[in-house]
Design a protein around this ligand. Structure first.
Ligand code: NAI
Length: 414
């Protein structure tokens, strides 16, 4: 019997150590580097990892995983984006090479919702402008313009992960929650949907934006929408900078129509920490500005570490691709026997060709799971064989040799 090849994971960009126990539990050897890597160095480092076992790669936003990386490292089986976005990974190339890519779509959801809730209270009590005055030696003690948030209406635009979390937290403070979403969403607690954005804007004391950056949402809050807001209301944007027309917001604040805003995201943001920040609203005391830190907490990083490492290790051990953004999603119970994963081109006849190979081997199949998406298909085959049986390896090699196969692996090897 051949020696088992230990899987190796390369974790870049200071990925949280909460990911390590998962890798240890699954016998994956961890290699770390605090910085991102350029293409050439990334290829060399992945190729240089010990042994010939499967490679996993963990990155955040700085490392770009290009088509060349996938082509140059044939035993790279999965990439974990330990963040929300996956723009830095060539997902089409990943699919073509049968590589599973996972991310963390809600690891920092709660962090954003908490920051927004805090800012709503800070705006309502004019905390930042009074704090700044104290620092400057002025005692601005007065109740004028300060309000409790209890009983006020919060309008949430985009009732997804963050919007719906915020809804629950705001209700706990006694706020009335209304929301607007382009798709029908289950209202949590006593929250109620609005028919239109205009309706929401007209009845909210606070408007908080939680939509993605799409053609529909870019500049969705412009001069008309700001004019449709209640006089004295507040706007919060911790979604994406281009959702708000910043010049229109400046003009509306200058007119005094709305009382203030809290911004965490901007149309143009510095590329890295420490770089200068420019924005037309700098110096506006009624605007809270934070440097895109909505999701930046230790807890969020730890959540992301656990979530993405779980996805990677389930893929390595069981062939499960739930949550993959590159491959078809297949769920399966833990692999306790002999399981083959075959990722193939999604063309007619694949299943019958694979089954012909299996039938000729006279090994009994105890379960099969297939899913396809676009040009790629993923098949898990459970065989009535004990772990380590040579037939399993021979069968995996025969299936892998089919012209439609992109990548085939006997999962007991990991
Ligand atoms: P999500 O995808 O769970 O929810 C977005 C919601 O917006 C969905 O329910 C969708 O149907 C809705 N939507 C889309 N287009 C719409 C439109 N034109 N009008 C109304 N509703 C619309 O996303 P999630 O996780 O809640 O994130 C929301 C935003 O927060 C994203 O832009 C994301 O980039 C941003 N974000 C910001 C962070 C920060 O650090 N400030 C951290 C994490 C996310």
């Amino acid at each position: 019997m051949r020696a088992v090849s230990t899987p190796q994971v390369l974790l870049l960009e200071n990925i949280h150590s909460s990911s390590h126990p998962n890798f240890a539990r699954h016998g994956v050897k961890v290699h770390t580097s605090p910085k991102g890597m350029a293409e050439e160095l990334l290829i060399e480092t992945l190729q240089g990892l010990p042994g010939d076992g499967p490679r996993l790669l963990g990155i955040r936003s700085k490392t770009h995983v290009t088509a060349r990386v996938f082509a140059a490292v044939p035993n790279l089986v999965a990439v974990g984006a330990f963040c929300i976005g996956t723009d830095q990974i060539d997902l089409a190339a990943a699919a073509r090479h049968g590589v599973a890519v996972f991310n963390s779509p809600f690891g920092n959801t709660r962090s954003v919702a908490e920051l927004v809730l805090g800012e709503i209270i800070m705006l309502s009590r004019q905390v930042f402008m009074r704090s700044t005055a104290c620092h400057a030696g002025h005692w601005r003690k007065s109740a004028k313009g300060s309000h409790e948030v209890r009983g006020k209406t919060l309008g949430i635009v985009g009732y997804g992960h963050i919007g719906s979390q915020l809804s629950v937290l705001a209700e706990a403070l006694g706020m009335q929650v209304r929301y607007y979403d382009i798709i029908s969403k289950l209202p949590l607690g006593n929250a109620r949907p609005c028919e239109s954005l205009t309706e929401l804007l007209g009845l909210s004391d606070f408007v908080s934006l939680h939509v993605p950056d799409t053609e529909l949402t870019r500049q969705m809050i412009g001069a008309d929408e700001l004019a449709a807001m209640r006089s004295g209301a507040y706007l919060v944007n911790a979604s994406r900078g281009l959702v708000v027309d910043i010049d229109a917001l400046k003009a509306t604040l200058d007119s005094g129509h709305i009382a203030g805003a809290a911004l965490d995201v901007y149309p143009v943001e510095p590329k890295q920490a420490g770089k200068p920040f420019e924005n037309v609203l700098r110096g506006y005391e009624q605007v809270i500005m934070t440097p895109h830190i909505g999701g930046s907490t230790e807890e969020a990083q730890a959540n992301i570490g656990r979530e993405v490492s779980t996805a990677l290790t389930r893929f390595i051990a069981d062939g499960v691709t739930l949550g993959s953004v590159s491959l078809p999603e297949v769920d399966a119970p833990p692999n306790v026997g002999c399981r083959i994963i075959n990722i193939h081109r999604n063309v007619p006849g694949v299943l019958s060709a694979i089954n012909r190979v299996v039938a000729e081997s006279e090994v009994n199949v105890v379960g099969q799971r297939l899913a396809t998406a676009g040009e790629v298909g993923l098949l898990l085959v459970d065989l009535a064989l004990d772990r380590g049986h040579n037939h399993g390896r021979a069968l995996s090699q025969a299936i892998g040799a089919l012209p439609t196969s992109l990548r085939t692996r006997l999962l007991e090897e990991s």
